[in-house]
Design a protein around this ligand. Structure first.
Ligand code: C2E
Ligand code: MG
Ligand code: MG
Length: 275
């Protein structure tokens, strides 16, 4: 009896693994075709001045809608795209689409709105990125300052020889460089001293617990201290409550992002909000 159940358990385990493997293959197969099928779009989440509530920039977040699979979350499909390498083409699309949108908002008289895009560590390998950014900015007649690139600590860990050069070239163009989800991964504090970056994003992971959770408070204080003493900008992510906003304000964090202000918005909704 025991043996039998054991075997059933094993069978179920194998079936579960097979299902997951199938899911993975399904996603990757559909992901490969998603670009040509026009299944991606970008939504724009405002970054606001925490004191006045004024919108000062936004972050572009990718959305994928597939007929069979429905709406998939980027934190799931991006890692698949990183594994297959598709992220490089997808990332290029994001860059184009964001710049096209900045141009369109500007043409509509909304002013030059800075858009932050998320860039995968895989886009940093090789020396394509800086050139690509320059070409796309030129294509839409935009200054580097219209664009911000967010990357995670993973980029620093991978430590491709070309990474430093890429950073320097981007900075030269006036493109803003920001470390996303700071503190979530390996914080390569050593890099902060030497990298030509502009700012850090304080991960939502730590914002969710403030002002009550003492260790989250400790992390927020530490990161804001690091940013201040190194002269880096700081954006707090995932602000959902007024209490969190108040806490961050008294900590001296200037800029925030989160559902308290707005989720990711369509270009039309964003323009409305801006007006
Ligand atoms: P991220 O760059 O840290 O983006 C912030 C995520 O937190 C977004 O999820 C956003 O919708 C969500 N968020 C914002 N405010 C709040 C809040 O107040 N509460 C909560 N609970 N969540 C909030 P999203 O859009 O699902 O993106 C997840 C991650 O996927 C992003 O994290 C980023 O790492 C990645 N990602 C998104 N778009 C792109 C892209 O175009 N390229 C690449 N390479 N990665 C992307
Ligand atoms: Mg981001
Ligand atoms: Mg983040």
């Amino acid at each position: 009896e025991c043996k039998r159940r054991g075997r059933n358990g094993w069978l179920e385990f194998c079936e579960e693994m097979e299902r997951r493997q199938n899911d993975r293959l399904q996603i990757e197969r559909r992901l490969r075709k998603a670009l040509e099928r026009n299944e991606f779009r970008l939504v724009y989440q405002p970054q606001v001045d925490l004191q006045s509530g004024r919108i000062i920039a936004c972050e572009a977040l990718i959305r994928w809608r597939n007929r069979q699979l429905g709406e998939l979350r980027p934190d799931i499909f991006i890692s698949h795209a990183e594994n297959t390498g598709d992220i490089v083409r997808i990332g290029e699309w994001v860059l184009h689409e964001a710049c096209r949108q900045i141009r369109q908002w500007q043409d509509k008289g909304l002013g030059l709105i800075r858009v932050a895009i998320n860039v995968s560590y895989r886009q940093f390998s090789g020396d394509r990125l800086a050139r690509q950014v320059r070409d796309v900015l030129d294509e839409y007649g935009l200054p580097g300052a219209a664009l911000e690139l967010e990357f995670t600590e993973r980029v620093l860990i991978e430590d491709a020889p070309s990474t430093l050069r890429t950073f320097a070239e981007l900075r030269q163009m006036g493109v803003m460089l920001t470390i996303d989800d700071f503190g979530e991964g390996y914080s390569a504090l050593n890099y902060l001293r030497t990298l030509p970056i502009h700012g850090l994003k304080l991960s939502q992971l730590f914002i969710s617990g403030v002002p009550k959770n003492r260790s989250d408070v400790a992390v927020c204080e530490a990161v804001s201290g690091i940013a201040r003493s190194l002269g880096l900008g700081l954006v707090a992510e995932g602000i959902e409550s007024e209490a969190q906003r108040q806490y961050l304000l008294q900590l001296g964090v200037p800029v925030g992002q989160g559902f308290l202000f707005a989720p990711g918005l369509s270009p039309v909704e964003f323009a409305h909000k801006l007006r």
